[in-house]
Design a protein around this ligand. Sequence first.
Ligand code: ADP
Ligand code: MG
Ligand code: MG
Length: 871
Amino acid sequence: MAKWVYMFTEGNATMRNLLGGKGANLAEMTNLGLPVPQGFTVTTEACTQYYEDGRQINDEIMGQIMEAIDKMEGITGKKFGDKENPLLVSVRSGARASMPGMMDTILNLGLNEEVVETLSKASGNPRWAWDCYRRFIQMFSDVVMEVGKKYFEELIDKMKADRGVKQDVELTAEDLKELANQFKAEYKEKIGADFPSDPKEQLMEAVKAVFRSWDNPRANVYRRDNDIPYSWGTAVNVQMMAFGNMGDDCGTGVAFTRDPATGENGLFGEFLTNAQGEDVVAGVRTPMHISEMEEKFPEAFVQFKQVCETLEKHYRDMQDMEFTVEHGKLYMLQTRNGKRTAKAALKIACDLVDEGMRTEEEAVAMIDPRNLDSLLHPQFDAAALKAATPMAKALGASPGAACGKIVFTADDAVEWAARGEKVVLVRLETSPEDITGMKSAQGILTVRGGMTSHAAVVARGMGTCCVSGCGDITMDEANKKFTLAGKEYHEGDCISLDGSTGNIYDGIIPTVDATIAGEFGRIMGWADKYRTMKVRTNADTPADAKKARELGAEGIGLCRTEHMFFEGNRIDAFREMICSETVEEREAALAKILPEQQGDFEKLYEALEGNPVTIRFLDPPLHEFVPTEEEDIKKLADAQGKTVEQIKAIIDGLHEFNPMMGHRGCRLAVTYPEIAKMQTSAVIRAAINVKKAHPDWNVKPEIMIPLVGDIKELKYVKKFVVETADAEIAAAGSDLEYEVGTMIEIPRAALTADDIAKEADFFCFGTNDLTQMTYGFSRDDAGKFLDAYYDAKIFENDPFAKLDQTGVGKLMNMAIELGKPVNPNLHVGICGEHGGDPSSVEFCNKIGLDYVSCSPFRVPIARLAAAQAAI
Ligand code: ADP
Ligand code: MG
Ligand code: MG
C-alpha cells in the first residue's frame, strides 16, 4: 500500500519533492529538536492521485489521514472534536517550491458550537475562544467554500463601528461571539447549508480545497512565470495550533536571519502581540520591530535567536521563519530559504563563502540567474512605483523601466530624442525599419506581438524596455493617438512602462540607474571559473558588442546584417537593387553599399579584439525593405528612371502570403548571388584590414548562411562565397583564414545534418525559427492562442521563451550526433532567444554545445546558468 501521509517525525528536508517545502522543513525542524507543534503531511503524490481520481480523495488516502489524526491525538493528548480537551489544527498548503497564489491557510480547524464553549470555559479566556471560532468560520468560508472575504470584513467593520472601537483586539468576547453567529448566518445564506460542525468533515473539505488550489488560475500563472511544472502537485500540512492570540503574553511573528532587501547580516522581522497567523502581514495593526520583542518577551527572544543560529548553520542559507509565542513559550511554524532581491542574493552568497559556510561553487549555484536581469537595467524608484497604480498590463517583453513622452513613429522618436526629449515609442507593431527609432526611445509599447515578436527581440537585444501585445489599446496611428483605460493619449503625453511586469502607468515614474555592486563581479568571476561552455552575444553594432563584452561576452554568435541595409542612405541603394531588372543594375546598386558594410564590419572586428564574430548573411524577405510611403516610392522611381506605377508593380510582386516561409534566408542568395558576394567581399576586406592593423589578434571570419534545409542549397551558396573570399584574399596577398557555416533552423537541416556537416564548418541553432518551423506556428501570432493552450494544459510555457526540449531539443541533439562524426572540427552554438534562458542554457550544456549566444543584457545570466549547468 502506498504511503500517502507522513508524520513530521517521519520526514526530513531531503523529502521536499514528496512533502513539499513546508512539510519537509517542519519535519527537519522536528528532527533538530526545535519546538514545532506536531502534525503530519499529506504528500504531493496524494495531490496527483486526487486529480487522477477525478478530483476525489480516495478511501486509502482518507484512511491514512484519519490514522494520522489518531497519532496526533496520541502525541498531543488532545482529541479532535472533544468536549474536554479538543485538538485544533491548521491546514496549510505546501508545494515543492514556495508558491504565492495557492490556497490560503485555515487556522483553528476542529471548532464547532460545542467545542468553542468548552474551550471558553476550560481556558477561562472566552475572548480567545470566540476569536478563534470567528476566524475559523471566516477562513473556512473564504478558502474552502469561496464565499468572498469581503462579506465577513464588512460584518467586522460594522461591529467595530457599532461598538465605537478601531481595532479588532478591542472587541470583547461577547462581540466576537455575536460575530461568529453572524458569520454562520452569512455562510448559510451564501452556501444554502449549515456551517459544517464535524471536525473530520471540516478537515477533509480543507484538504480537498488545498488540492484544488493547485489548479487555480493564479497558481497556473505563477507556475508559468517561474518554471514550475504542473505535474508536481502540492502537499497538505495538518498541524496542531499554537496560539498567539491568548493574551498579551502571546504573539506571532515573521523574521529573516538576514535582510532580504540588502543581504545585511542580522535579524530582520516583525512581531505582533496577541495576534494570530496572517495578522502580521495583513497590516491589521502595526507590528513591532523584532528587536522590541527582546524587551517584551526576553526569554522567548533568547530562544528564538538560538533557533535562528541553528537553522542558518543547518541550512547554510538565509532563513525566513514564522513563529508564535503562546504564554511566553516559543513555537516554530515554518522555515525556508528566504526569498531575496538580486542584490541581497549576491551579498549573501559572497558572505556565506567568506564565513566559511559555502564553497564558491555552492555560492554560484545559489543565485537564480533570472534575477540578475533586474540589476542590469534602469529601475523605477521603488517608493514611487509602489505609490503608482498601473492602468493596464501586457507582456513584459524586455525588462527595464521607461518613462517619457509618447511618439508614434520611429522618425519622431529619432527627432524628439535628438532634441533631448525622453520618448516612449508606441506602435501597433514594429518592423526592421523602426530600429533607429527604437534605439532612440526609452521604451517601446506595442499593441500586437508576443515575447518573440520583432519589437520584443530587438528591444531585448538593445537592452531597451519593451511592453508588447497590449490589446487593450485602441490605436489610431494615423491621427497619432490611442485610447487606453478610458483615456485618450496624444503625442507628447507622458507614460511609464515596466518591462519586467508589463505594467503600464499614466504619467512619469522616476527611474534610477542600475549599479553593478562588487559582489556581482565576484560571483561572475566564480561562474567563469567553473563553466565549460562559452557565452557569446547577438550583436549587430559595435556599441552593442562593446556593451556585451563589458558584460562578459566572449564573441559574437550572431550578427544580423539586415540592419546594415537600413542605416543612412544605404536603404536607397538597396531599394534600387531590389527594383533592378538586370544583374548589372543590381551589382551597381550593391557596389554602393559594399564600402559601408565593410566599414561596419571593421568596427565590429575592432570592438571584438580578435574574439570570434559570426556574421549571418541577409535573412529577411525583401519586401520588408521596400518603401511604403508615397514620397519614398517616387524617390525610388526617379532614381531608377522608372514610373511610380512600375515600382508599385515590383513591390506588389514581392508580396508573399507567408513571408516567414517565403523568399528569405539562403533563398535570397540563390536567386541573387550578388548580395551574398557583396557581403562576402565586405566581410573579408574588413577582416584583412583589421588583421593588418592588429597582427596579434586572431581575426577569423565566420560566415553564416541562414535557413538552409538542403545540403545542395548550402553547397550552391558556399561555392561563390568561397570563390569571392579566396579571390579577395589572394588579391590582398593575405593569409586570412575563414569559416563558412550554417544555421540549423529548418527541421530538414537537423534531420540531414550528416550531409550538411560535410560542407559546414559550424552549426548554429536558430531556435526561434526552428521552434516556429517544428511546431508549425508563427512566432508573431502564436501569442493569440497560447493563453488557451495554457488553460488547457497543452503548454505550460511559451516555447519561444523556454526551449521545447522534447521536440526541438531532440532535433538539436540529432543534428549534433549526426554532424560531429562527419566533421570532427564542427563547432556548435545556439543563437535563438533561448540562448539566454537559464533552463535552455542548461540543456545546451547537456547536449554538448560549444557556446550559447544571447542578447548583450542576458550575457551575465547565461554565464551564470552555464556555470550552474557545469557544477
Ligand atoms: P503562507 O504560506 O501563506 O505563509 P502558512 O501555512 O505558512 O501560509 O500560514 C499562514 C499563517 O498562519 C502564518 O502566519 C503561520 O505562521 C500561521 N500558522 C500556520 N499554522 C499554524 C499553527 N499550527 N499555529 C499557529 N499559527 C499557524
Ligand atoms: Mg508561511
Ligand atoms: Mg532564423
